[in-house]
Every structure is written in C-alpha cells, then in structure tokens.
Design a binder for this molecule. Structure first.
Ligand code: ZN
Length: 163
C-alpha cells in the first residue's frame, strides 16, 4: 500500500472535491483566519454563535486537499455543538492527527485522518481548521460582553438559579 492511497482516502477526496459549508456566512458572529505557512494553506472560518452553541459554521480559503477536506468535515461536525463539545472534539482530533491518541470517540469521517500522523509535514494541514476553530471560540467568548473576563476562573457555576 502506498503512502498516498492510505492518506487520501475516499472521504477526504470527496470533501476536497465538494467542500461542505464553503461560503461566507452572512450573519457570522465570529470570524477567524488561519494560516499554515509550511504548506500555504489559508482559510477564514465563520461561526454564528447562539449563546454557548455553534448555530452555524462555514469557511473560505485555499489550500491542499487535506486542509480543505479537514475544514469541510470540521464545519459540518461542529454545527449544533456547544463550545465545550467542540473544544473536546478539537483535542481528540489533534491527538489523532499527531499520533498521540486513537480514533475512539471521534466521528467516523475523521478516522480517515489517522494516516496523517505518519506524515509530519501533513499534520498541520489536517489540524489547521481545528486550530482556527479553537482560536475563534476563544476570541468569540467575550465578543458580546456576556462573559466576565475578570473572573479568570474556569469554574462554570450556573449561578442563575435564585435560591
Ligand atoms: Zn496543506
């Protein structure tokens, strides 16, 4: 089996040929740019946040098949997810792409990226969209001023229940 046949699995080729969510999101609440200078991949990620949930996601950009397919799958998978769920998926995907973790708990479409871990120069292509998502979620957190930045604590008390 050649390297490329392992890497460019059909699901990756399909998402590269027909990327999902490949558009500018008109009512985006967060916009984040990601660049992978090693390969020349560039993308802009658009998210529409509804409170703590990602109501919609899309991307635009240019890049190799791996980066494009990864962004296409990522935007598809995080729609409807909460910030915490999306961050957890980012951590697991990064683990898979860097060979630190297996495919457990990851959606089957992402299993195609397991082969990337053996090709160090391709790892950044695969994780670019996810790193951009991570940055977008961090930057978007204080966008509407609903979070108290001064607290600096990661404790998440609901706090809204009157007692
Ligand atoms: Zn690339």
């Amino acid at each position: 089996m050649t390297e490329s046949s392992a890497l460019y699995q059909e699901v990756i080729l399909d998402h590269n040929r027909r990327p999902r969510n490949f558009s500018v999101l008109p009512n985006a609440t967060v916009e984040e740019r990601g660049i992978n200078p090693l390969c020349g991949d560039e993308l802009t990620l658009y998210l529409r946040m509804d409170g703590d949930r990602i109501a919609d996601a899309s991307f635009q950009g240019t890049g190799c098949a791996i980066s494009r397919a990864s962004a296409s799958m990522m935007t598809t998978l995080v729609k409807g997810k909460t910030r915490a769920e999306a961050e957890a998926m980012f951590e697991r995907f990064r683990g898979l792409a860097t060979g630190q973790a297996g495919v457990d708990d990851l959606p089957s479409s992402l299993h195609a990226f397991a082969g990337v871990a053996r090709l160090p120069q391709r790892v950044k292509c695969a994780v670019l969209a996810w790193h951009t998502l991570h940055a977008a979620l961090e930057n978007g957190a204080s966008d509407d001023g609903s979070m108290d930045e001064e607290s600096g604590s990661d404790a998440q008390e609901p706090g809204s229940r009157p007692r």
